[in-house]
Design a binder for this molecule. Structure first.
Ligand code: CA
Ligand code: CA
Ligand code: CA
Length: 261
């Protein structure tokens, strides 16, 4: 697993170019004496418009990075899939100068969506990483807790042993299983059944879609939709609110009480 991940990480190449606004520049870049990448930038100072063009290769996944100082680089939140012609990307910038770096990978499997694919194997898709500001070509685990840092950042997890969705699986186990540490149901809701709805007592039961067994700690959202009542977690009115989330017990049941406001 680790070796496969490392192989994937090595599978990208970078080409560099830069632009001072108000100029037009074309670069031809040779990498390792064999790869060649032509990148050109057109800028129109009057409109702050920039056009980045490059000669693309079919099915190659391109990432664009920008920098103002050649030290800090950030990705634009997009991935372009190569064709057999020139690719273009137009955008506005009022920066005094801007540097570009084109990063690309030929490791995209046939028919895979480059946005959905996960180049570095940290179980966060390429586009999710770009939108979150993490690196789609790095799966480092600096705190050594067995979970890549980008996965922790994406899900807002700081403790590998935490179970923030109360499904009984730790963050580490959720990562290993490829499930979400913040979604109890992991995208597959259980069956919700109304058990009681009388004398101001409302009880729902949640059972597994797989085998019908009661689901423990499943979140049930209750909302008072008719005026004149609030919801509470006890007949005496504890945690009174118009909307309440109650976790199920071992019998899969969650109960709220309708109380006077
Ligand atoms: Ca990733
Ligand atoms: Ca990553
Ligand atoms: Ca969990």
């Amino acid at each position: 697993m680790m070796e496969a991940t490392l192989d994937r990480l090595q599978n990208f190449t970078m080409a560099y170019c830069c632009v001072m606004l108000g100029s037009m520049t074309t670069f031809t870049i040779h990498l390792n004496g064999q790869t060649e990448q032509e990148v050109s930038i057109f800028s129109d100072q009057a409109s702050n418009g920039l056009q980045l063009n490059w000669q693309s290769v079919p099915d190659r996944a391109y990432f664009v990075q920008t920098s103002t100082d050649l030290i800090g680089w950030s990705y634009l939140p997009l991935i372009k899939l190569g064709t057999d012609g020139t690719m273009g990307l137009g955008f506005d910038s009022n920066a005094e100068k801007l540097f570009f770096r084109l990063k690309y990978s030929d490791a995209l499997p046939y028919d895979e969506d480059p946005n959905e694919y996960d180049f570095d194997g940290d179980k966060i898709s390429n586009l999710d990483e770009l939108n979150k500001g993490t690196d789609p070509f790095s799966n480092q685990d600096l705190n050594g807790n067995g979970i890549p840092d980008d996965w922790e950042l994406f899900h807002g997890i700081t403790d590998a042993s935490s179970d923030s969705d109360f499904d009984g699986l730790s963050a580490l186990e959720e990562y290993q299983a490829g499930s979400s540490p913040k979604d109890y149901f992991n995208g597959i809701l259980g069956n919700f059944t109304m058990i009681t709805n009388e004398n101001n007592v409302i009880t729902m039961q949640v059972t597994s879609k797989d085998d019908g067994s009661p689901m423990l700690n499943a979140p049930v959202n209750f909302r008072a939709t008719l005026g004149g009542h609030m919801l509470a977690t006890s007949p005496e009115g504890t945690n009174r609110a118009s909307e309440l989330t109650v976790r199920t017990g071992a019998d899969g049941k969650a109960t709220v009480y309708a109380v006077a406001p």
